[in-house]
Design a protein around this ligand. Sequence first.
Ligand SMILES: Cc1cc2nc3c(=O)[nH]c(=O)nc-3n(C[C@H](O)[C@H](O)[C@H](O)COP(=O)(O)OP(=O)(O)OC[C@H]3O[C@@H](n4cnc5c(N)ncnc54)[C@H](O)[C@@H]3O)c2cc1C
Length: 353
Amino acid sequence: MRVLIVGAGPTGLTAAVELARFGVSTEVIDRKKDPSSLSRAVGILPRSLEILTPSGVTERLLAEGIKIREVKIFKQRRKILSLSLRGGHPSTDFGLALAQDRTEAALRDRLLTFGGSVSYGKTLSSLEQDKKQVLARFADGSQAAYDYLIGADGVHSTARDCVGIEYAGFDLPETWSIADVDAADWPNQQALTLCLPGPGQVTVVAPLEATRYRVVSNTADALASLPLALRIVRRHREAQFRISIRQAVNYHSGRVFLAGDAAHCHSPAGGRGMNLGIADAAELAHRMVENRLAGYSASRHAAGARTIAESERLRRLLTSSGRVKRTLTVGAFRLIDTLPLLQRPLARRFLDA
Ligand SMILES: Cc1cc2nc3c(=O)[nH]c(=O)nc-3n(C[C@H](O)[C@H](O)[C@H](O)COP(=O)(O)OP(=O)(O)OC[C@H]3O[C@@H](n4cnc5c(N)ncnc54)[C@H](O)[C@@H]3O)c2cc1C
């Protein structure tokens, strides 16, 4: 079987590793000149750890990542909920924090041990297909034929555009911001810290490494919006970004299959995007090996729609500026803080169990 995987992000690399595990070698290309050192996703959920266990990738992720066993929620400077993630998933009572570039490195290194590799600096520019094959054309003027093409080429997917699949949805009007910093004496090193600094605002701090933190906010300046003291030693990057909530209406056209951000995107609320892409990639690889590709689009579209709806519920809840909704939300968090019985269902939602 000749398979081209376009995109060496977490989705494309997972597809390549899973296919390699079953003896299917692939060609993986990425238009970037080198592996990215920029990280977007931090949170790896238990389901992704399960998916990546048979290939051996999880072992390395666990060795490098930080186990998050608690979510702390603050209204301005006051803590209103300490949520234990214990019991939130049948086998794993933590989420793993690891910078996305290190997750990608673990996948890429595993692919190498299976005899695979990534061709960096190679760009898909167009494709044509008939019943028997897909002809891919590259920006360097070369072309090659494949049995299948996996479009794991992110939000601005060339593969999706070439087969004319609509990416339906909308763009959020506000600007979000992100900062990666080294900081000393942060008391919540092994927790996800979620702050509600003011009406309609949310700012999250997640550990990346022993003394490095990611701060994300739906405001234009993540660090300025943080109501808690963070003693910054070094600023690695600060950036702003916009968010779209979109889903491909179909994940499949002929011999071309979409996975990951090429098929869906949503806000970082809940930290689901990369995890959803990993699950798409694994299911696609297994269906390819077992010759069951017909059900892929329906199955993963439904999973994507569920995740987008859940992420949107959480984003709307946390960013609501309505006084009544916000008072009720804060009240509910305070109540959950005092009643441990209510913690487990919320922990399940955080761990996506
Ligand atoms: C601030 C932020 C925080 C986030 N936090 C989380 C989190 O905590 N947890 C989580 O699960 N998700 C999170 N996400 C989402 C997550 O980063 C994405 O869902 C994930 O990167 C998608 O992976 P992917 O492999 O599908 O696409 P990408 O990572 O976008 O990879 C696509 C690759 O395709 C390549 N490419 C594109 N076009 C071509 C072409 N024509 N030819 C060849 N190569 C091409 C690109 O160079 C790129 O390397 C976050 C996102 C943001 C913005």
